[in-house]
Design a protein around this ligand. Structure first.
Ligand SMILES: NC(=O)c1ccc[n+]([C@@H]2O[C@H](COP(=O)([O-])OP(=O)(O)OC[C@H]3O[C@@H](n4cnc5c(N)ncnc54)[C@H](O)[C@@H]3O)[C@@H](O)[C@H]2O)c1
Length: 364
C-alpha cells in the first residue's frame, strides 16, 4: 500500500488517543511504520485507544499540545519523518461552551506545533487535519472545493478556518522558503463514522449509548444532511497526501485537499440512524431542541482535486460504512470479551482489499 513508503518511517501522530488517531495508529503500524503519539489521555472508558497495546507505539506523550517543552521533547525524541497533526477540540457544541479553549487548541496549538518543528530543525512534512467546516457556508447549493472562501459562523468552524490560515501563512513564510524544510498540507474531511468513537453529540456514539442503556436515541435534528464517510476513507486520503509529500515535495497542489464522500453519502441524520439500526436494531425518537445551538444544515465536499491528483476516491458506500460501524459497536457491546483490536485490524484489511479490487492506485 502507498508504494510501501510508510514501511520503517517514523511518524508522529498528534491526537493518537482520539477516534481518528487510534485508527491511523493501527493502520500505520500495520504498514510497518514506527508510530509515536502525542495527545491528552483518552476521554472515554470505551475509546478504541484502550484496545491498542502500548508496544504499538515507539514513544508516547500524554500532554497538552500547548506545553512547549513537552512538544519540543517529543519532536526531538521521536525524530519524525512525517507529522500527522490530528489533536484538536473537534466538537461544534462544545465550542459554544468553551470558545477560548477551542480557538486556543485548534489555531494556536497548530501554530505552536509548526514553530516547534522549525525550532528543532525537524525537516518532516506536516499534515494538518482541519474540517469541512473551515469553509464559509453560504448555502451555495454545490459542494465546497479547495479554493472556496474560508470562514465560520460558529467558534469551532472559525477555529478550523483559522487553522487553515495558520497553515497557509507558515507555508508561505517559512516551510516553502527555508531550504531542506518539509512541506505542509491541510486536509479536510466530512462527518466521519466508525467504531471506537464515543464523543459527545455525535450521532452513532449517541445511538450506541442509547442501545447500551436500552433506550431510544433522541434526535434533535433528524433532517440535517451531512456527508457521511467511514474513518478509513479520510485516513486513506491523508496517507495518500503523505505518500505524495515524500515523492513530490514541491507540488503546490498538495497544500490543501478535500476528502469527502460521493454525493450518494450525503444523507440525513434520520437515514444514518435507520441504516445503523438495520445492523443493530434499536429505536429512535425525534425531539427537536428549541434551545439547541445553531449548526449548518448542509455541508458537502468535492473530492475532485484528490481524484485528479492521485486517483483517490471513496471505497465504501453509505450502506457499507454504516454497516461496518454498527457491527463494530454491536460486537463491542453484545459479545463478552470480544477482540476489538482484531476486529479493527480486520476492518482495515477489508477496506484495503476492497480498494484494491476497485483498482485504487494507493493500494500498490
Ligand atoms: N470525527 C469527525 O467527524 C471529524 C470531522 C472533520 C474533522 N475532524 C477533525 O479530525 C481531527 C481528529 O478528530 P477526532 O474525531 O479523532 O476527535 P477526538 O476528540 O476523538 O480526538 C481528538 C484528539 O485530540 C487530542 N487533544 C485534544 N485537545 C488536546 C490538547 N489540548 N493537547 C493535546 N491533545 C489534545 C485528544 O487527546 C485526542 O487524542 C480533529 O482535528 C477534528 O477536528 C473530525
Amino acid at each position: 500500500m502507498f508504494g510501501s513508503v510508510y514501511h520503517g518511517k517514523r511518524v508522529l501522530v498528534t491526537g493518537h488517543t482520539g477516534f481518528k488517531g487510534s485508527w491511523l495508529t493501527l493502520w500505520l503500524h500495520a504498514m510497518g511504520a514506527k508510530v509515536s503519539g502525542y495527545a491528552l489521555a483518552p476521554l472515554h472508558a470505551d475509546d478504541l485507544k484502550h484496545f491498542i497495546p502500548r508496544e504499538v507505539l515507539e514513544h508516547e506523550w500524554i500532554a497538552d499540545l500547548r506545553d512547549r517543552e513537552k512538544l519540543l521533547e517529543a519532536i526531538q525524541t521521536a525524530k519524525p519523518d512525517l507529522i500527522m497533526h490530528l489533536a484538536a477540540q473537534p466538537l461544534v457544541r462544545l465550542s459554544y461552551k468553551e470558545p477560548l479553549e477551542t480557538f486556543s487548541v485548534n489555531a494556536w496549538g497548530t501554530a505552536l506545533l509548526l514553530e516547534t518543528v522549525r525550532e528543532t530543525g525537524c525537516t518532516a512534512p506536516v499534515i494538518v487535519v482541519t474540517s469541512d467546516k473551515c469553509y464559509l457556508n453560504q448555502n451555495l447549493g454545490r459542494p465546497f472545493s479547495e479554493d472556496d472562501p474560508l470562514g465560520g459562523h460558529d467558534v469551532y468552524s472559525m477555529s478550523k478556518a483559522a487553522t487553515e490560515l495558520v497553515v497557509a501563512a507558515w507555508h508561505a513564510s517559512f516551510f516553502a522558503r527555508e531550504p531542506g524544510r518539509g512541506r505542509l498540507a491541510s486536509v479536510r474531511a466530512g462527518n466521519v463514522i466508525g467504531g471506537g468513537d464515543y464523543a459527545a453529540d455525535r450521532i452513532l456514539p449517541d445511538c450506541t449509548r442509547a442501545q447500551v442503556a436500552g433506550e431510544p436515541v433522541i434526535l434533535r435534528n433528524p433532517s440535517a444532511t451531512r456527508p457521511w464517510q467511514h474513518v478509513l476513507e479520510c485516513l486513506s486520503g491523508y496517507l495518500n497526501v503523505g505518500q505524495h509529500l515524500f515523492a513530490d515535495p514541491g507540488c503546490k497542489e498538495l497544500l490543501n485537499l478535500n476528502f469527502g464522500p460521493d454525493p450518494e453519502s450525503e444523507r440525513s441524520v434520520g437515514e444514518v440512524v435507520k441504516a445503523f439500526f438495520d445492523t443493530w436494531p434499536g429505536r429512535w425518537e425525534a425531539r427537536p431542541d428549541p434551545s439547541a445551538v445553531p449548526e449548518a444544515t448542509r455541508l458537502t465536499l468535492s473530492h475532485q482535486k484528490a481524484t485528479r491528483l492521485f486517483g483517490w476516491r471513496p471505497v465504501w458506500d453509505f450502506q457499507k460504512a454504516t454497516q461496518v460501524t454498527a457491527e463494530w459497536y454491536r460486537v463491542r457491546h453484545t459479545q463478552k470479551d470480544a477482540d476489538m483490536l482484531a476486529l479493527t485490524r480486520q476492518q482495515i484489511m477489508d477496506y484495503a482489499a476492497q480498494a484494491r479490487s476497485a483498482g485504487l492506485p494507493w493500494t500498490n
